[in-house]
Design a protein around this ligand. Structure first.
Ligand code: FAD
Ligand code: EPU
Length: 338
């Protein structure tokens, strides 16, 4: 296995930030991974697992070892009358995994079509879209402890999934490399088309009896029309989480801003659309230097070309400050800052 030095990460993160890593290794087998983390030269080095780089913002160079996850393979582990247990190597591209399941008629992840990145990153923030999260079909994952190369298995309870959250963003942050994930998919899928835009897209296409293929296609069409393509304009999807605020606070705000979108959240909270809050503060489509919030989706921070990680963070903080001032709501960053 080759370990590269002073590796440019520009083409390995979807913001296109020109940061460098002191050391960089492509991980294609678990043996390679164990060999490199136990090697005396790298044992105590800070380590970062990199998948598709679609949820990372490099504020500075990374002074340590980047382990680029390229572990491949999709395997049907088991099946019964109703379900299949489908295991994927952590480096499989998420959307390719979704298409594989959809083509076989196995349901449960079709609403998550076209989310960038890898299967291995999907549990980190419990990826979600259009009324579905991976926790709904997740069965278990295998991970290697970066300290001692031991193997660990986590079921859904052990992962502590929440909205854009899991233990891998909290107490277990940076400790493991996820090497495979197994999903339990349905042979008789129940479609989830509650999210308004999906219904509208299916209607527009004249689909009256949708299949999971139709839902996947509808999601692809909606996403392609709204979200900027990172190959053209640097971004990492939603930069902030949608905030969950006490429902009483939501009702007070709603009296002043009747159009404020809100959805029932956990225990007396309401989840508010951060895109609306940011748009109301005047940031949608506004460009400051090389950065701004996207003109079609105010929740997406974009690099218009050549911005540094620090310039993007500075802009995110400006947006946070103005939303706090106008609405009294703190926006939490969703993207992983390094
Ligand atoms: P990376 O960005 O490479 O890594 C993200 C974090 O996970 C880092 O902290 C990294 O160290 C860690 N990590 C990655 N792989 C592993 C591993 N194998 N083991 C341990 N740690 C690991 N997200 C959604 O939830 N819903 C969306 O609808 C959505 N839409 C998006 C749209 C666009 C245009 C873009 C650019 C991003 C979007 N995202 C969305 C965010 C992103 O696609 C997901 O978070 C995705 O799971 C990141 O995968 P990745 O492989 O690129 O992870
Ligand atoms: N809105 C605005 N202005 C905007 C954007 C949104 O007013 O510029 C309002 C609209 O009322 C709209 C509502 O916000 O109806 C919701 O917008 P949208 O359906 O685009 O979804 P979102 O809440 O902005 C979330 C996820 C996305 C996910 C979509 C679809 C978060 C942080 N973001 O965005 O995930 O794809 O729903 O389910 O939860 C990501 O995590 O990177 C991501 C893209």
């Amino acid at each position: 296995m080759v370990i590269e030095k002073d590796k440019s990460l520009k083409h390995l993160n979807t913001f296109g930030i020109d940061a460098k890593a002191s050391y960089y290794a492509e991980i294609r087998t678990i043996e390679d991974l164990c060999a490199v983390i136990l090697h005396p030269m790298y044992r105590s080095a800070p380590k970062l697992i990199l998948g598709g780089g679609s949820n990372i913002l490099f504020k500075q160079n990374f002074n340590g070892l980047i382990l680029h996850n390229l572990l491949q393979g999709i395997e049907l582990l088991n099946e019964d009358e109703n379900f299949v247990f489908l295991k994927a190597g952590a480096g499989v591209i998420w959307h390719e995994f979704v298409l594989y399941a959809v083509q076989h008629g196995w349901g449960g992840i079709e609403n998550l079509s076209l989310i960038p990145g890898t299967v291995g990153a999907s549990p980190i923030q419990n990826i979600g879209a259009y009324g579905t999260e991976i926790k709904d079909t997740f069965y278990e994952l295998e991970a290697i402890d970066l300290q001692d190369a031991t193997t660990h298995r986590f079921n859904a309870t052990a992962c502590g999934f929440g909205y854009r959250d899991s233990i891998f963003k909290r107490e277990a942050k940076g400790r493991f490399m996820i090497v495979s994930v197994t999903f339990r998919l349905s042979k008789s899928p129940v479609l989830n088309t509650r999210y308004g835009a999906i219904e509208q897209e299916l209607q527009a296409e004249g689909v009256t009896q949708p299949t999971i293929q139709d839902v996947s296609k509808a999601v692809i069409a909606i996403r392609s029309s709204k979200l900027p393509d990172p190959k053209i304009i640097g971004n990492a999807g939603s930069f902030f989480k949608n905030p969950e605020i006490p429902t009483s606070q939501f009702e007070t705000l709603k009296a002043v801003f009747p159009e404020l979108p809100g959805y029932p959240g956990l225990e007396g909270t309401t989840k508010v659309a951060a895109g609306y809050l940011i748009e109301q503060c005047g940031w949608k489509g506004k460009v400051i230097g090389k950065v701004g919030m996207h003109r079609q989706q105010a929740l997406v921070l974009v690099n218009h070309g050549g911005a540094t990680g620090q310039e993007l963070i500075d802009h995110a903080v400006r947006v946070q400050d103005s939303v706090l001032e106008k609405f009294g709501i703190h926006l939490e960053m969703e993207v992983n800052i390094l």
